[in-house]
Design a protein around this ligand. Structure first.
Ligand SMILES: [Zn+2]
Length: 246
């Protein structure tokens, strides 16, 4: 869940409503509730779908990567214009830490190995963004399955056992030995989406060309994000209704 929610925190209005009337007779506490509710509303309204110049609205890693070439006014805009931008995206997606990013750039920027990796990343992105079969739950082409299996064999995700002292859990990670290893988390995300996600819920925004995986409870999400397109669409629809009613 990327925007609009904080899983472990109840809204302040709920918190205040759960208190007894005796507690709410304390005016100072009541005003404190109002102030916190306003802070909460302001934070929710200003929560951004952008991180370091990239959009993260896809609710699935591979779709966020597809969205690095958004179409504006019919023209695609390339956000990953060079190897440095690719590295910045992986950092923004929390797939690389700053040391890994710096080491990759220092060692590989300007090399043919990096150029080849960019081409492979672009091919994978095109296979998703330019492939209508990915959307709407249609069957995945055998060639796409074979390609993903080939990528995951050469650039696998690995599993690590971790503990906080009392509980244990597993965590996925990948080894970055060369730029092409950046394909590992994307191929894994694509395969996971095909196998475990609801492909009928992979859609394009009603108002722009950004992709997303609808993980909402009702499954009726129509926009890449409320901030970017939802509110704009609602304002336009309201204006149209007003014109019709004149
Ligand atoms: Zn949109």
């Amino acid at each position: 869940m990327r925007f609009g929610s904080r899983p472990n925190e109840a809204p302040v209005s709920d918190l205040c409503a759960s208190l007894s009337s005796d507690e709410l007779t304390d005016k100072r506490f009541h005003y404190w509730c109002i102030i916190l509710a306003k802070v909460w509303a302001w934070e929710a309204a200003n929560k951004s779908d952008w991180k370091d110049g990239f959009l993260f609205v896809g609710d699935e890693l591979v779709l966020d990567f597809v969205n690095t070439r958004p179409v504006q006014d019919g023209e695609p805009t390339e956000l990953l214009e060079d190897f440095g931008a690719v590295i910045r995206w992986f950092q923004a997606a929390d797939l690389l830490n700053s040391q890994q990013a710096a080491a990759l750039e220092r060692q590989w920027e300007g090399t043919t190995v990096a150029q080849r990796a960019i081409k492979d990343l672009e091919d994978l992105r095109e296979d998703f963004g330019g492939n209508p079969r990915v959307e709407g739950g249609r069957a995945i082409r055998r060639s796409t399955i074979n390609e993903l299996n080939g990528l995951m064999r050469v650039h696998p995700m690995l599993t690590r056992l971790t503990t906080n002292g009392t509980a244990y859990s597993t965590k996925l990670w990948f080894e970055v030995r060369e730029p092409a290893d950046l394909l590992a988390p994307l191929a894994h995300s694509a395969a996971t989406l095909f196998a475990a996600g609801d492909r009928k819920r992979v859609r394009k925004c009603d108002n722009c060309a950004l992709h997303f995986h609808d993980t909402s409870k009702k499954g009726t999400r129509r926009w890449c994000s409320m901030q970017l397109c939802g509110n704009r669409f609602k304002v336009a629809a309201y204006a149209a209704r007003q014109r019709e009613n004149r």
